[in-house]
Design a protein around this ligand. Sequence first.
Ligand SMILES: *[C@@H]1O[C@H](CO)[C@@H](O)[C@H](O)[C@H]1NC(C)=O
Ligand SMILES: *[C@@H]1O[C@H](CO)[C@@H](O)[C@H](O)[C@H]1NC(C)=O
Ligand SMILES: *[C@@H]1O[C@H](CO)[C@@H](O)[C@H](O)[C@H]1NC(C)=O
Length: 383
Amino acid sequence: MQSQMLLLAATAAFLAPLAEALLRFPCSQLVTQRFDPLVTPGIVSPHVHQIVGGNAFNLSMDPRIDIAKTSTCTSCRFKEDKSNYWTAVLYFKHTNGSFIRVPQIANGGTGDSNGGMTVYYIQPPKDVPVVSFAKGFRMIVGDPMLRTDKNINPRSPQAFALTFRCYDGVPGSDWAYAPGVGPFESIGLPKKACPGGIRSNTFFPTCWDGKNLDTPDHHSHMRFLDAPVPSFGIFYLNGTCPSTHPVRVPGLFLETVWDTKPFLDIWPKDGSQPLVYSMGDPTGFGHHADYVFGWEDDSLDRAMANCNDRGDFPEDCKELTVLTDEEINSCTQPVLVDEVTEGVYLPALPGCNPIQNGPNPATAIQNCNAVSTTIARPVATPF
Ligand SMILES: *[C@@H]1O[C@H](CO)[C@@H](O)[C@H](O)[C@H]1NC(C)=O
Ligand SMILES: *[C@@H]1O[C@H](CO)[C@@H](O)[C@H](O)[C@H]1NC(C)=O
Ligand SMILES: *[C@@H]1O[C@H](CO)[C@@H](O)[C@H](O)[C@H]1NC(C)=O
């Protein structure tokens, strides 16, 4: 209880001066499988993703489908949020060469969600006008093929946008630091075992071209702020948008907590780093995430205009309907790719994903003979 109180205080301390409007809420796991309706619509994705949000998520998602209406439930705390958010997953490579998916756990102060992620929507400082995302909006941040940080300016927003926090297991020791800042943070995967687990931090760009809801590469309609990031990190959202992408949108930020604690006893003794992203990335520079907007009607605009949930109190937002842990944990989808991706040791990463260390960009494997079709299963209709 005491540590929970401290955590809330610490979260509020670094968020309070930063944002006018703020939502911070958990989304439980909807499903984990090789689906990526943005990059590979209609076909099984090359690598495994963990997906949260509304249950209209599908192998392909035509932007004309109103997922806020076709979803019958969401794994996120607010009933109005039928968006989907997804990232690659981490595997632990045993010294004997087998792989097992690293479990995800609920983040501090967010309740008892089943794995999944914590989602933040952050308003820039009050005098900066912000336009909410529109129906059909999608974007991707990060590049799954990247294996080096050589071309990332360490003071640029990019360097603060996709990072990892290495929890040292001492309650409170890292709470003074915003994502992307401080001694516990790295752009690539931590190079040592982290006694308290690892949190990946994913900040999407906040400047939109004002025209395209999506683009073929799913990112060129978006840019990061121009300004150098202050020592407080990208959380501050202080800066200006480039003239090509002049429209400020809410800051969308994801945190995923990877429970690496069960592997500490079998961590390699030779100092090698045993974690690998599902696309065969042991560096972490291929960290990426996808977003499909799916809020009902103008619910996100109303929340951004009127709500500051102080980081951990969703019920403070009277514009939105708060779901219980039980409700968000019961919104799941069946796995439709006939393969095992988690829970047991696997001889190889699902799909065709040999480990590619870089520093050159990874290359896609041709003539992959992994499972490429989906199976028809009755879709459950939760509450
Ligand atoms: C996914 O798409 C298939 C094919 O269009 C459709 O039959 C199915 O109902 C969709 N599932 C969901 C959950 O919308
Ligand atoms: C590696 O070790 C794990 C854990 O003991 C075991 O489940 C797996 O079968 C082993 N794999 C091989 C190839 O020996
Ligand atoms: C935010 O950025 C503006 C413009 O660079 C600067 O004038 C202002 O002092 C900054 N505010 C804070 C709190 O850093």
